[in-house]
Write a protein that binds this ligand. Structure first.
Ligand SMILES: CC(=O)N[C@H]1[C@@H](OP(=O)(O)OP(=O)(O)OC[C@H]2O[C@@H](n3ccc(=O)[nH]c3=O)[C@H](O)[C@@H]2O)O[C@H](CO)[C@@H](O)[C@@H]1O[C@H](C)C(=O)N[C@@H](C)C(=O)N[C@H](CCC(=O)O)C(=O)O
Ligand SMILES: Nc1ncnc2c1ncn2[C@@H]1O[C@H](COP(=O)(O)OP(=O)(O)OP(=O)(O)O)[C@@H](O)[C@H]1O
Ligand SMILES: N[C@H](CCC[C@H](N)C(=O)O)C(=O)O
Ligand SMILES: [Mg+2]
Length: 488
């Protein structure tokens, strides 16, 4: 049991009412999860304001309330603590409540529009190969050593995050590789954590529904670097013009990686095929199992982090050449000469990169058929851009549903259609049902053709009208390929 004043250590307080030595047995930010003896933190959200649930939390047994605005009605059995930023306070409280696990684990946070999961997963696989007990917090899954713990967010909320870190520490983890989403940075999910290093992969169009402007999206990413301590490292992509922006105000030691501009960790692509990637890194030629120029950047980021954490370059490269990468990223299968590639490209930049990679590895005569949709309740600006890119680099495109969530599926596809010009229009077919869309692509395909199924990668569900139903692009593609081409 901990006293309220102890878990408020390092939180800047504006005012307090009541006993600061009251014992608290849990930290909660959702009134629906309140139990007797907990502290409830009222956070303003995108849908509702946690302050509206203070009374409910008190009725549910909360002994302390942390809030930005003191409630009009206070109970003399409860302690009230006013802070200027409850979301930030929540992070610090969560860290204190779980005994600050981040101080005993080297945490590397990866941010950027694309490549976070890939980079964090590669790091986790690599460090495990090198004999370190390590943790992973990612979009696809959380991991403690080899144990998989399902993931609900790219970056968990502050309480889940610190609970997981504490479990990692108990299991002997020395390192944790995690994704830092821009939502998480703005919502202070990582406040109170001690970060050993941060990586910036790249920034391109995404999440403008949430951040409003591209400038604010950049600022969200930069906040991670601005808040790094002096003994941390900041490693950025030198070929992304925002890489230097990330380093402008950081106290951390600055490093870079890249293929084009001068960088601390630099490589040249020697070959790039559907079988793998060969890079010249600091005058060593190394072959990797992952594919595409964009993955050369991820490999360099991983190399940089590993060296900065004390690894030896030769050993790192040797082990790195064996690792496979994250699930549902450039996940290919070939059946009767037809190749399907399932990839999590759900931004214009990612889609362009993946399609350029496919263009680069094809011999010329085979067709590229793309199946793609865009998520509902997410940045609408991506929709026309992604449809246009799909058509620009493909011979045939089936515009379909991704996770429409609460939106009308066909309305999303129609938004995508507005991005088509008269030439691309001729290549496109609109088909709401994703399984039908994949089936159509597979029916169109002939020996040698490549089908890209983009947007959902590792996901094993599809969310339509708020209901999640099982759906796995990889499984659907595999079944339909066999069904439709078995006699050829
Ligand atoms: C837009 C967004 O980031 N939303 C996250 C946010 O919810 P919110 O701001 O909408 O919260 P809200 O519903 O308005 O509630 C405000 C506060 O009132 C509390 N409340 C609410 C109702 C109630 O009855 N009682 C109560 O106490 C809530 O617990 C909350 O503290 O805070 C919640 C708690 O941490 C998150 O679960 C939720 O994630 C939603 C589900 C989500 O879809 N988030 C996505 C966009 C997201 O975070 N994605 C990034 C990755 C993006 C990327 O890089 O690709 C991620 O890190 O996963
Ligand atoms: N370094 C990179 N640069 C550009 N595109 C990339 C890069 N790495 C991966 N991609 C593309 O982006 C897709 C998503 O990659 P990944 O899952 O690693 O990104 P993420 O940043 O974790 O995404 P999310 O924000 O959804 O968590 C991949 O399937 C691939 O198409
Ligand atoms: N982390 C991203 C993932 C998008 C994946 C795509 N399949 C979708 O559902 O929109 C988001 O939450 O915006
Ligand atoms: Mg991710």
């Amino acid at each position: 049991m901990k006293e309220l004043k102890d878990i408020l250590y390092k939180v800047s307080l504006t005012a307090t009412i009541g006993d600061m030595e009251v014992e608290v047995n849990d930290v909660v930010f959702d009134s629906r999860k309140v139990s007797k003896g907990c502290v409830f933190i009222a956070v303003k959200g995108t849908q509702v304001d946690g302050h509206d649930y203070i009374e409910q939390a008190v009725e549910g047994g909360a002994v302390a309330i942390v809030c930005e605005t003191m409630p009009k009605k206070v109970s003399d059995k409860v302690t009230y603590v006013q802070v200027s930023n409850p979301a930030k306070a929540l992070g610090i409280l969560a860290s204190n409540f779980f005994d600050n696990p981040s101080e005993y684990i080297k945490i590397v946070a990866v941010t950027g529009t694309n490549g976070k999961t890939t980079t964090a997963t590669l790091l986790h696989q690599l460090f495990m190969e090198m004999g370190y007990v390590s943790g992973l917090l990612s979009t696809v899954e959380n991991k403690i050593n080899d144990e998989v713990i399902p993931s609900t967010h790219t970056t968990p909320d502050a309480i889940t995050l610190n609970r997981l870190l504490k479990k990692m520490l108990k299991e002997g983890c020395t390192h944790c590789f995690m994704e830092a989403s821009s939502h998480a940075i703005i919502q202070e999910r990582m406040a109170g954590l001690k970060i050993a290093g941060a990586v910036f992969t790249n920034i391109s169009h995404d999440h403008l529904d949430y951040h409003g402007t591209f400038d604010d999206y950049i600022k969200a990413k930069k906040k991670l670097f601005d808040e790094l301590p002096q003994d941390a490292f900041a490693l950025v992509n030198a070929d992304d013009k925002r890489g230097l922006v990330m380093l402008q105000n950081t106290k951390a030691s600055k490093y870079s990686f890249g293929l084009k501009y001068p960088a601390d960790y630099k490589a040249k692509i020697l070959s790039n095929t559907l079988q793998g990637l060969e890079l010249d890194i600091h005058n060593r030629s190394v072959w990797f199992r992952i594919i595409g120029e964009f993955n050369a950047y991820n490999i360099l980021a991983v190399l940089g982090v590993s060296v900065l954490l004390g690894g030896e370059e030769e050993e790192i490269l040797m082990q790195l050449s064996k690792v496979k990468g994250a699930q549902g990223r450039f996940d290919q299968q070939t059946y009767k000469g037809i190749t399907t590639i399932v990839d999590y490209a759900h931004t214009p930049d990612a889609l362009e990169n993946v399609l350029k990679t496919i263009q680069g590895v094809r011999s010329g005569i085979e067709k590229i058929i793309t199946v793609v949709g865009c998520g509902g309740n997410r940045d609408k600006g991506k929709r026309p851009l992604m449809a246009n890119i799909a058509c620009q680099y493909s011979d045939k495109v089936i515009l379909t549903s991704d996770n429409p969530r609460d939106e009308e599926p066909m309305a999303i596809i129609k938004d995508m259609e507005t991005g088509l010009n008269p030439i691309s229009y001729r290549k496109a077919v609109l088909m709401e049902d994703r399984k039908e869309a994949i089936k159509t692509a597979i029916m169109f395909a002939e020996k040698g053709d490549i089908i890209l199924i983009a947007g959902k990668g590792h996901e094993t569900y599809q969310e339509i009208k708020g209901v999640k139903k099982p759906f796995d692009d990889r499984r659907v593609a595999q079944e339909l390929l066999k069904l439709l081409h078995s006699d050829k």
